[in-house]
Design a protein around this ligand. Sequence first.
Ligand code: UT7
Length: 321
Amino acid sequence: MNAKIIGTGWQLPAYEADNDYLSTLVETSDEWITERTGIRKRHLAKEETTTSLAAGAAKKALADAGLPAEEIDLLIVATITSDTVTPSTACRVQAELGAVHAVAFDINAACSGFLYAVHMADAFIKSGVYRKALLIGAETLSKLVDWTDRGTCVLFGDGAGAAVLAASDQGGIAAQSLGSNGSKWEVLSCMGRPNGNPVCREQREPGYLQMNGQEVFKFAVKTVPLCIEDALEKAGLSPDDIDHFLLHQANKRIIQSVAKRLKQPEEKFPMNIGQCANTSAASLPILLAQMKEQGRLHPGEKLVLSGFGAGLTWGACVMEW
Ligand code: UT7
């Protein structure tokens, strides 16, 4: 039995901030942001929360799969922006959906989080422990961003995407390749709350997202093609066999570089970075769900999903739609 995606959904906050709006906050321009990243606008949470976006995307994914929430036995939310430190976003989404039979928990693997969730769900489904999983990538990165830092604040957006996976004897996930390198944790990080206990009394402000953009860029263009090739080799396929490469939407230039290294036409690499910016763990499931909604995915087609992010973490997944 393989794990196969049988439904998808996405949800973005209503408020849209274009590049011109950001140039009223920091010294930047539409031209710089568009040329260096491909981003034209992003959605920012005003009323929405990570939980509400996650639940919104999840409801659509369940409806798309034609499944009642009670049938889900595993519910994972990939996020680094949970509204509550505890309980998990997954438990709050479970309550909102009425997914009463699900084991629910969050995972933190930053922008690779959705792929890590797919990795876990695939193993659980293959082993027969669970049969139907709801996986959500949901973020409100806007609350971790330093809105005075032009090097990061222009890059990120808020949103959520979800996918329902079920055991199937046709198609589904064929192979995966994931990795982590904690020795590079400082190139992209966000410190937690300072410890105010009476013996420590840590003197610092709560953390904001900080990043060495060029280091992350170099890591991504080197590692993503390698892990895609590794996953393809495990699946017995070559890049030419793949219909769509869905890559984490962090920078258009990273995606173009990966296409070049894999010797594949850019048309095989769909992008929504122009409209959504980098939504971290939500980026891959949003792109997947939008493609499904637009009728761009057909049964039997072969897909690669691949991402990278803080940790450092990375991953690739090969599947038949
Ligand atoms: O999910 C994973 C998350 N992160 C990523 O994937 C990020 C990967 N890295 C990148 O996408 C790129 O490195 C960035 C988009 C972050 C930066 O692009 P870059 O081409 O690497 O620019 P840079 O950092 O080399 O900066 C070039 C110049 C600098 O000015 P000087 O020193 O040449 O005068 C920056 O200060 O651009 C300046 N700059 C900006 N200018 C206008 C940096 N940010 C901005 C900005 N607007 N927003």
